[in-house]
Design a protein around this ligand. Sequence first.
Ligand SMILES: [Zn+2]
Length: 312
Amino acid sequence: MRKVSRRAVVFGGMGALVAACSSENGDPDIRVVPGQREPGDHEEAATEPTPEPTPEPEDPTTVLQEGEWGGTHQEELLLPGTAWETGLIVRDSGISGPVVLVLGGVHGNEPGSWLGAEQMTAWEPARGTLLVAPYVNVHAIDAFERTLEELGDMNRLYPGDHASDLPMEQMAAEVLDVARAWEVDLLLDLHESWGFYAEYPDNAGYYAIGQTVTTGKGPLSPGFGESLANRVNQQFTEREQMIIRDGEHYRAPRVFDFNHPMSGRSSLAAGGYVGGLTPVLIEMGQENQPVERRTALQLRITRAALDMLEMA
Ligand SMILES: [Zn+2]
């Protein structure tokens, strides 16, 4: 399988075909990629420097649509002109429909969130608009830390404040501005947690809420997240099953409470500040689950959300 993975990198966009074929015939030496290498070339490929392994697509989540797409692709910036500016990719189908905003990299030590989100920037929605900010907290990603003290923890700082000394409090305000300007229906906030929620039943903190879906306040609450979890669980393994957490505790905007650090100021509260917006928090567990798999699961669950909204 490692060999297929490396060849998927060599063939770039043909990766999905390579993986699909290999799983069918069990032969990692793929001979069906048109316009690329001849079958004998794999000897030569084996002597090339080995690139970083790329996650193997396990279902066709690398693209959303087949064939011609009539939409537009543009890149905007969040907090432009600051040291914390970061890209917001806008994929507008040109056909009226739901608007979905995906956030990756809110926390810098949760790589599956941004590795998944960066692949989503290539998706072409069938209707509506897909907005993706893959690297929300660029300095935390560079440092591979949850966040840095001087930046603030964005997921404890909603609704944000453009006048704040904390850059991530400014970013939270910026994200809500985007949600208002684009009339975003669904905010998918992609995260990772160390432990699996099901394996640490006494845990109430953020360090063991892996494999959970939580829906915050909003018009799609709470049914959307529940349906989403039920939908993907049909494809996920037993350990990967997404658990539906009750977002009620986090829905209403309220005063920050140190003993309940998620209360009121995580993205789950965002719907309390932006009419029509429903936030959904996706958490993948890191413990004994490779980043490639976490990335693939983020892609699958986001794809499933777009399917539910008839955007895929
Ligand atoms: Zn996180």
